[in-house]
Design a protein around this ligand. Structure first.
Ligand SMILES: Cc1cc2nc3c(=O)[nH]c(=O)nc-3n(C[C@H](O)[C@H](O)[C@H](O)COP(=O)(O)OP(=O)(O)OC[C@H]3O[C@@H](n4cnc5c(N)ncnc54)[C@H](O)[C@@H]3O)c2cc1C
Length: 378
């Protein structure tokens, strides 16, 4: 069903080599020392991976979305932190400007984002608005040619590392989610600063933190799309974003599966390889089957997006299944490696820690089920 084109095959091979030779060797250190993977992003920029599905006219590489998913998967297999930074930058920041920006905004921001000289972030979550993102309360009041913005965002990927933050604010609180507007906020905006960074279970190379706005002054020309239309803009972007998180989850799960198979084939107990025990074989078979099914769901959603067809339900299915698979497969990989699986000497405990968050961000697994059910019953 999904025969890759020659171009997609080439993308896969190129990114696989980059991930294996440059990204994977740094991954354990990035995790252990909580390093921002700047060299990986520089390598990605060199290969044109910072704006893969963005048209060349706007500084991107002009690939289809499926090629971009192949790249996210390969990078996640090596380093999930690098993959999520890249995925948020591309799916959420680049696509925000591509789909909703004015020609002037595209010229000013998108060419640099897609070319990799600017890093993008996407800020919607607040302390009282997580799954219920429409309840956000960050306030923006128009004063002449500026919006004066006050409030706090939390859990923002690439906080402090990004140059441009697609930020969702309330411009008309009386209208709730229908009073939300998207603004492009440059990192040096007066009154804007990065607050506390979270100490997390995993994804240690990807900074996650607070954005604080205290009478921050954002030029009115930095409005993205129309005033009070920001919520639907965010939801449409999340459809693509969720396919990317699905691809990230497939990458993590694949890495765990390959490590488990290799270990099982060489670990001897009771005078035989543990791979010869049916208990281990069944676990590996279930892991491999789930990973392939997850990958196909990701490919299907990406292909629908490439063909310009509705893909909201399929994106949520791909994210739901792939992220649950990543959690299950990484947990079982730890089991296959026994005591070594629980220790830092092998990478599977990192895979397990990194996998968990894929079930949480860009809509939790529960929210994906709500989205799928809404599509089924509307
Ligand atoms: C590492 C990391 C990076 C992130 N990056 C970003 C980012 O770049 N930008 C950004 O804006 N946000 C980001 N987030 C925030 C993330 O999207 C939210 O954490 C997520 O949407 C869940 O919101 P919450 O944490 O407030 O949980 P809550 O919404 O409080 O949910 C708590 C629990 O209740 C469940 N729940 C909530 N509502 C329902 C319901 N209606 N039915 C059934 N169950 C429900 C949830 O599924 C969950 O299990 C990030 C989070 C993390 C951890």
């Amino acid at each position: 069903m999904f025969e890759m084109s020659e171009e997609q095959q080439l993308v896969l091979e190129t990114v696989r080599r980059f991930a294996r030779e440059e990204v994977a060797p740094r991954a354990a250190r990035v995790d252990r020392e909580h390093l921002f993977p700047r060299e990986n992003l520089e390598g990605a920029r060199r290969l044109g991976l910072m704006g893969m599905p963005i048209p060349e006219r706007w500084g991107g590489a002009g690939y289809d979305f499926l090629s971009y998913m192949l790249a996210v998967e390969e990078i996640a297999k090596a380093c999930a932190s690098t993959a999520v930074i890249l995925a948020v930058h591309t799916s959420m920041a680049c696509f925000s400007v591509l789909n909703f920006g004015t020609p002037a905004q595209k010229e000013k921001y998108l060419t640099q984002l897609a070319g990799g000289s600017l890093l993008g972030a996407f800020a919607i979550t607040e302390p009282e608005a997580g799954s219920d993102a429409g309840a956000l309360s960050m306030r923006a009041v128009r004063k002449g040619d500026r919006y004066i913005v006050n409030g706090t965002k939390i859990f923002i990927t690439s906080a402090g590392a990004a140059d441009l933050y697609v930020t969702f604010v309330s411009t008309d609180p009386s209208r709730g989610a229908r009073g939300i507007t998207a603004l492009l906020v440059e990192k040096d905006t007066p009154g804007f600063r990065v607050g506390r960074l979270e100490e997390k279970m995993g994804l240690h190379g990807s900074p996650t933190g607070e954005l604080i706005f205290e009478n921050a002054e954002v030029p009115v020309e930095n409005i993205l799309g129309e005033e009070n239309k920001g919520f639907s803009l965010a939801m449409s972007l999340l459809e693509g974003g969720r396919i990317g998180i699905g691809a990230q989850a497939v990458g993590i799960a694949t890495a765990a599966l390959e490590t488990a198979v290799a270990y099982a084939r060489q670990r001897v107990q009771f005078r035989q390889n543990i791979a010869s025990f049916q208990g281990i074989q069944f676990m590996l078979a279930d892991m491999a089957t789930a990973v392939d099914a997850a990958r196909l769901l990701v490919y299907r959603a990406a292909s629908l997006k490439d063909r310009g067809q509705p893909h909201g339900k399929e994106a949520s299915m791909a994210k739901l299944f792939a992220t649950d698979t990543a959690m299950q497969v990484t947990t079982n990989a730890v089991q296959v490696l026994g005591g070594y699986g629980y220790c830092r000497e092998y990478p599977v405990e990192r895979y397990m820690r990194d996998a968990k968050v894929t079930q949480i961000y860009e809509g939790t697994s529960q929210i994906q089920r709500l989205v799928i059910a809404r599509h089924l019953t509307k």
